[in-house]
Design a protein. Structure first.
Lengths: 113, 112
């Protein structure tokens, strides 16, 4: 596609429910990143995928967070048993090969009530 | 933790040059300086990056001091659409370490 696409754009859920966030990177981009941005704060790295290599999960804040990527295409970020502190904008980015500039999606605004 | 220090906010008059400073005194030899910006309710957008030489592209110029401990992003003719949060980031060039830790940036408000 023309850019990085994320869905849904907004998600409201109840505390304790699981949520899945989706990211469609730019076609041909081998590197994919997930970030979290809390209100008024900078971006917090979560996870990085590069081709078929094992993902770098060093930024995931707890074992309630997981992400998968199928080949060099779609990625899903799953948050289990959501908590109110999970409320944030979740941003996905891709780059051509991990060495080129990042292209970001518009994010998913997650609100946990 | 972010490795850079930026002023939290700046104002600039429309049509004038906007000069956004960034301190990165602990930068190491293999780390680049990257600039991204984030317009309200959008994902960040890449602007420019450099290692030690000054760089220019269609969006901006990047001036890096000789000791590489600070840099300035220059928007030559700021417009209202340039109002955004500007992030200065240092990090290795790509790869698994290309996590680009974003701090809180500088909110640039371009005034009419």
């Amino acid at each position: 596609g023309a850019g990085v696409s994320q869905s849904p754009s907004n998600k409201v859920t109840e505390k304790g429910k699981d949520v899945e966030l989706r990211c469609d990177p730019i076609s041909g981009h081998t590197a994919l990143y997930w970030y979290r941005q809390r209100l008024g704060q900078g971006l917090e790295f979560l996870i990085y995928f590069q081709g078929n290599s094992a993902p770098d999960k060093s930024g995931l804040p707890s074992d309630r967070f997981s992400a998968e990527r199928t080949g060099e295409s779609v990625s899903t970020l799953t948050i289990q048993r959501t908590q109110q502190e999970d409320s944030a904008v979740y941003l996905c980015a891709s780059s051509k090969d991990g060495y080129e500039k990042l292209f970001f999606g518009s994010g998913t605004q997650l609100s946990v009530l | 933790d972010a490795k850079t220090t930026q002023p939290p906010s700046m104002d600039c008059a429309e049509g004038r040059a906007a000069n956004l400073p960034c301190n990165h005194s602990t930068i190491s030899g293999n780390e680049y300086v990257y600039w991204y910006r984030q317009i309200h309710s959008q994902g960040p957008q890449y602007i420019i990056h450099g290692l030690k030489n000054n760089e220019t592209n269609e969006m901006a110029s990047l001036i890096i001091t000789e000791d590489r401990k600070s840099s300035t992003l220059i928007l030559p003719h700021a417009t209202l659409r340039d109002t955004a949060v500007y992030y200065c980031i240092v990090g290795p060039y790509g790869g698994a370490t290309n996590k680009l830790i974003f701090g809180t940036g500088t909110l640039l408000a371009v005034q009419p």
